[in-house]
Design a protein around this ligand. Sequence first.
Ligand SMILES: [Zn+2]
Length: 478
Amino acid sequence: MRITPLGAAGGVTGSCYLIECGLSRVLVDCGMFQGEPDADARNLECVGINPAKLDAVVLTHAHLDHCGRLPILVKCDGVCGLQGGFGKKIWATPATVDLSRIILLDSANIQEGDAARENIRRERSGEDGQVSPLYTIADAEATMNLFAPLALSTPQEVAPGITIQFHESGHILGSASVSMTLRQGSVTKLVVFSGDIGPRGSPLLRDFERVGTVLGDADLVFCESTYGDRDHRPLGETVDEFRGILEKTAWEKKKVIIPSFAVGRAQQMLYHIAELYNSGRCPRAPVYLDSPMAIRAMELYRTHANLMDKYARATGFGGDFQKLLPELALLLTGEDSRKLNNSWDPGIIIASSGMCEGGRIVHHLKHNLWKKGVAIVLVGFMGRGTLGRMLVDGVREVYIQRTRIAVRATIHTLGGFSAHAGQTDLLEWLDSLAGKKNKPRIALTHGEDLPRRALATKIEQRWGIKSLLPSRGVPIEF
Ligand SMILES: [Zn+2]
């Protein structure tokens, strides 16, 4: 038996593990590499094994850095030097199946658009050769046909000798940790993959499940370490600061612009706004969700209302944002979005992309960054080199669509809305597995080296376990 991390080992993108047990081969996640200089090349490498020889894929959640390479695996037309695509089942929770459809089709749409634009550019400049998209909408559709929904806490054999079970991980709608039993001859091993773990006490979703309490002793645990070196600011404080911004702009009749990822963060912000309004802590204003993708994702909260936390259930939320927030307008068409651009009326606009690199948010920034009194509220991670990061860094002017725009709006960076557990919560998740008599091996992945080393130190202090810090492509044998 051996497990090889094929991504997110010493970085945070491209999550993928190859599990080999006897003759069975299974992948856990097949995410896209993003942001790093060699990301495109790595995505093209496929996963470095023959996809046709895989027995199954298990997907922890629908974020692109966990599912984004699936269509490459499925089409596998030889770009990676191998022939024959993957055609077996992709196991995921029902909500992850639904969210993956939205995310993979959007990704395919972007890939097709980028390739078409690049080809026009080449043609205009007289360059030879055409590029083809990483994958197409048809490839994404073919991938969706392979998805097999599997409910939480339901054991399922996915390949001879390999049985899995999903456990709530509290990160996004449908997200799960995976426990995997490997059997070869008389030997049985339990391996746990954390997937991405959410912070405890975040709104809407339930907290992560304590996997070891249910399953007992694990032999090997792969744990994410995105924020292994720190704790986030408490959510209550962050919501208070957010409340102050909404109150001030409402009295001054100014706009609030919130760049947001379409899946997860946008819905969380709607929920906070609804809570502030309904508890009378903040004057009401019109709220616009200006992202077709976020609107589609929002509808899934109703379909999967059973995944909501106790508090969301107690408020009668049932996944229905408009019931909770009657001010909410859903802007599906570009025309509706453009109407907002030319208006000086107050209101809260939530639009994507999250890092302000494309999408409708760019237009809202172009039309509002130069206006005094407007509040730009940055609630998500901003990658290096993005427009969002420039705003976080306090630049006084930016170029948007070749137009110089002065930054006169007030920029607020609210760091407390993370969908990832901080150090204390990661240790809490590990507690049910590491605090056992038979100490498991722990491998830290999905984190830059600094946070994962910091988490490793804490783990050694607390349980005396020396964590493995695996590298991409180097197998862990047992
Ligand atoms: Zn994630």
